[in-house]
Design a protein around this ligand. Structure first.
Ligand SMILES: [Zn+2]
Ligand SMILES: [Zn+2]
Length: 192
């Protein structure tokens, strides 16, 4: 049976018959679910494929169904989500640690145009390095806490915009406190 004819078969029934079917379903719900589950386990891939086709062809309808499901099962969903999070906590932590490490290298390399290093003192230990908003956070509307993974993600999502550089904690703090890093001042003294 094709998807289209299946749709007609299920939804084309007259309202009375549909209601009858609904009542039948409610009455024998357990048995139906058992049978459906058995069918699913036996024909997993074809079920998934069929569902994908239906979802694509019935986007609006699917959204409506999902919304209704979410609304009626809100607390249960939250509970289940918390349970899964608790169960997979180690895995999730490990994943976000790896994500952070990989993205840090990607973003820092981009702004250092190669091996990540402090744009002021050239220090290369990545543990010492931070992202500096060259003209301050206000320019991008970034609050104080907007750093770490959040900032990395923002930079990637915004396609690596100009206005950032990599600095070490020392040079970054000095720039923040004194408006300029002592390294720079020394260099200027040497020059003049
Ligand atoms: Zn530095
Ligand atoms: Zn410096």
């Amino acid at each position: 049976m094709s998807i289209e004819s299946m749709g007609r078969f299920v939804y084309g029934l007259d309202p009375k018959k549909r209601e009858q079917k609904r009542q039948d379903y409610i009455k024998h719900r357990e048995a139906y679910l058992r049978r459906a589950n058995k069918h699913y386990l036996k024909n997993r891939q074809s079920c998934i494929d069929r569902a994908a086709i239906w979802n694509k062809a019935n986007k609006k309808r699917r959204n409506k169904i999902l919304l209704k499901y979410n609304n009626t099962n809100h607390s249960r969903i939250l509970e289940m989500r918390a349970k899964t999070r608790e169960r997979d906590r180690d895995k999730i932590n490990e994943y976000s640690r790896l994500w952070h490490k990989a993205k840090k290298i990607e973003v820092y390399s981009f702004y250092s145009k190669g091996i990540p290093k402090c744009a002021c003192c050239n220090i290369q230990e990545i543990e010492f390095l931070t992202i500096d908003h060259i003209e301050g956070r206000k320019k991008f509307g970034h609050k104080r806490g907007f750093s770490g993974s959040k900032l990395l993600k923002w930079i990637i999502d915004n396609h690596f915009p100009e206005g950032f550089q990599i600095l070490c904690w020392n040079c970054n703090a000095a720039k923040g406190l004194f408006g300029n890093c002592p390294h720079r001042k020394k260099m200027e003294v040497v020059k003049s």
